[in-house]
Design a protein around this ligand. Structure first.
Ligand SMILES: NC(=O)c1ccc[n+]([C@@H]2O[C@H](COP(=O)([O-])OP(=O)(O)OC[C@H]3O[C@@H](n4cnc5c(N)ncnc54)[C@H](OP(=O)(O)O)[C@@H]3O)[C@@H](O)[C@H]2O)c1
Length: 174
């Protein structure tokens, strides 16, 4: 990791953020030399990027998963990335809209509950106080097994925070 940091011409804050786009390779590597077992692995995770194998394996190792970008394209719209322009907002996806009506919850709450029912911690971000409270209130209802599967079926293996697409073509991200 230190080699990557020195090789980068970008500000270390940005690079460090990207290093946390961890894949199983990094978790396996870290496990070899870490003297303290990592408590959690923070990954991009949302219905367009479900990462089943990674999630299952990391959880089987007793390491918690924390999801970032739980709302998929939403936080990338202002960055005007191609993927966010070409992908429907999760909150407008028919599956999420239908479940929002069925459970009487906001689309954001449906997306967050799907993640927490997969045993994944969520850290949704909002600058809007009216969204913060409902975003935190997502453990007082349960989605059915079929509905969890329907949301998981939205997977497109679509990674918005992809260093390769941001001009950071280091092999660690291949
Ligand atoms: N480790 C990493 O590499 C990494 C990478 C990316 C992000 N993160 C961290 O993950 C956390 C969150 O991820 P994120 O920044 O990608 O954002 P996110 O939580 O997936 O989405 C934030 C976006 O969703 C909107 N939003 C929030 N609640 C909403 C609601 N109820 N209805 C409609 N829109 C809603 C927000 O707009 P408003 O503000 O207008 O509500 C904002 O545009 C942050 O703490 C961030 O620092 C970590």
């Amino acid at each position: 990791m230190s080699q990557i940091l020195h090789a980068s011409k970008r500000p270390s804050k940005i690079l460090m953020m990207r290093l946390f786009i961890s894949r199983a390779m990094i978790a396996l590597d870290l496990r070899k030399y870490a003297t303290i077992k990592p408590a959690t692995l923070q990954i991009e995770h949302h219905p367009y990027l479900t990462q089943e194998q990674l999630v299952n394996w990391v959880q089987s190792q007793g390491i918690a998963i924390t999801a970032y970008s739980s709302f998929g394209p939403s936080s990338y719209v202002e960055l005007e990335t191609e993927d966010s322009k070409n992908t429907p907002l999760l909150f407008e996806h028919p599956t999420i809209v239908e479940l929002s009506k069925k459970y009487g919850k906001t689309p954001a709450q449906i997306v967050l509950r799907w993640a927490t029912q997969r045993g994944i911690a969520v850290i949704p971000k909002s600058a809007n106080p009216e969204r913060l409270a409902p975003n935190l209130s997502v453990t007082n209802f349960d989605l059915s097994g079929d509905d969890l599967k329907n949301i998981s079926a939205m997977n497109r293996n679509l990674r918005f925070n992809d260093p390769m697409k941001f001009g950071e073509p280091h092999p660690i991200f291949f």
